[in-house]
Write a protein that binds this ligand. Structure first.
Ligand code: AMP
Ligand code: GLY
Length: 454
């Protein structure tokens, strides 16, 4: 029997923990720090990792926990610990951990690294230039014209990208990042990119250094409001598969994007391991362009993708860690669609402590076609927030209320015979859930539904 440690606290991590816990060979899934959803999941337990050694390195709490709790496998959800080298640290300590090394994670950690890597390896992407000086950046924008895209170089949780419709908006974004430091260090350097037209898709793979296992395709909805309007967010909903990724597009992405990454990283002496996410723009002729690389699974793409995964995630990762990743996994042929419920003010701000009503009963046998994955949630008792790691699934959770604890709160995910049916099923459950300031998009999946209907 295996013990697993999942690192992270979002909807992606709840879905990963749920998927791992379904495996009969798994005894316990620890989630650090997790959320109310992972606390309630059978076989799962939230933990807070604290190092006992004062001058210990950043990742030593993870290593200590693994050594003290017979952890067989660590799965890292978010980019931040990957970029700072958690995989390198675990490997040095002899712990099996799934993800890319710090070197490879630069594909997400630095837009400049990613753009230079793509240029060197002929991976199709938008033309760009990098700047640290606001005046030079503005002159470049004036030459190029609008629409144009301004990006903070470092990690900015999906919010450091401004698609400027006008020259004025572009200048404002440059001032925000370079002069006013609105994105902190992440924005001390900007990348200015040609505006790409087409339809977006998320192409996520597992890679073991050599072998590539593509996950089911998916599409995310980054804008906050219906009709793909409003500010960029971490993602307001997603579905799988994405019909825009036809077999022909799939082949092009593998040959022009994914294989070159695997080959170039191997040649550089840093084989790529873990999840790799290519955010793509597919143009009218079906040619893919990379908008961004992420060194992890997508959120919320993970939720619908894992709803469809029939292979065991644990088996796939174990095979990946051994360098024997299969080239195909088993998928439910039905589509899945997830709708994100966000809290008041998201994405500009987020609210905490609002009581969530109307959550469906936990489905311990996993027979339901709708699953509510938690993201920014916690428990409250008598109006105070209690740490979700203090609540285990066999406690009397009826006494505790689930409250909001971040921007993206829940992702209601449904599996159905069509994307429209999945959207309707997810909407029905979403509509029954309420908390102060809750908002969500009713049009998740609209591209695919339009295709289904034509
Ligand atoms: P990123 O964080 O780089 O994925 O960018 C966030 C979102 O901004 C993307 O999902 C796109 O919707 C949009 N975007 C980014 N770069 C471009 C581009 N070069 N052309 C058009 N849209 C873009
Ligand atoms: N859903 C977009 C991302 O995970 O970055």
């Amino acid at each position: 029997m295996m013990n697993i440690l999942v690192i992270g606290s979002g909807g992606r991590e709840h879905a990963l923990a749920w998927q791992c816990a379904k495996d009969d060979n798994v005894q316990r899934v620890y989630v650090a720090p997790g959320n109310a959803g992972s606390a309630l999941e059978p076989k799962c337990q939230n933990v807070v990792l604290e190092s006992t050694n004062n001058d210990a390195s950043e990742h030593s709490a993870v290593i200590e926990f693994c050594q003290n709790n017979a952890i067989d496998m660590v799965i890292v959800g978010p980019e931040a610990p990957l970029v700072t080298g958690i995989i390198d640290a675990c490997r040095d300590a002899g712990i099996k951990a799934w993800g890319p090394t710090a070197y490879c994670a630069q594909l997400e950690g630095s837009k400049t690294f990613a753009k230079e890597f793509m240029a060197q390896n002929n991976i199709p992407t938008a033309a760009y230039q990098g700047f640290t000086d606001a005046t030079a950046a503005k002159t470049y924008v004036d030459e190029q014209g609008a629409p144009i895209v301004i990006k903070a170089d470092g990690l900015a949780a999906g919010k450091g990208v401004i698609v400027a419709e006008t020259i004025e908006q572009a200048h404002e974004a440059i001032d925000d990042m370079l002069a006013d430091n609105k994105f902190g260090d992440a924005g001390s350097r900007v990348v200015i990119e040609q505006f790409l037209q087409g339809e977006e898709a998320s192409f996520i793979c597992m890679i073991d250094g050599d072998n590539i296992l593509p996950m089911a395709t998916s599409q995310d909805h980054k804008r906050a409001y219906e009709g793909d309007t409003g500010p960029n967010t971490g993602g307001m909903g997603a579905y799988s598969p994405a019909p825009v990724v036809t077999q022909d597009v799939h082949n092009k992405v593998m040959a022009q994007v994914i294989q070159p990454v695997v080959d170039a990283m191997k040649a550089a002496g840093h084989p790529y391991t873990g999840f790799l996410y290519a955010g793509l723009m597919i143009d009218k002729s079906g040619d893919p362009y990379v908008i961004e690389f992420n060194c992890r699974f997508g959120d919320p793409e993970t939720q619908p993708i894992l709803m469809r995964l029939q292979s065991s995630m644990i088996d796939l990762i174990a095979q990946g860690l051994a360098g024997h990743l299969p080239h195909e996994a088993k998928w439910d042929t039905r589509p899945a669609l997830g709708i994100v419920l966000a809290s008041k003010g998201y994405p500009e701000s987020s609210s905490k402590g609002d009581v969530i009503a109307g959550l469906p009963e936990l489905d311990a046998d996993n027979t339901s076609l709708v699953k509510v994955f938690h993201a920014g949630t916690a428990f409250s008792q008598d109006g105070t927030t209690i740490d979700s790691q203090k609540v285990s699934h066999n406690n009397d959770n009826n006494a505790k209320e689930v409250i909001t604890n971040g921007g993206r709160v829940l992702c209601v995910t449904a599996l159905a015979d069509s994307i429209l049916d999945a959207q309707q099923a997810a909407l029905a459950v979403t509509a029954a859930i309420s908390f102060d300031g809750a908002h969500y998009r009713r049009d998740i999946g609209h591209h695919a539904i339009a295709r289904e209907q034509s």
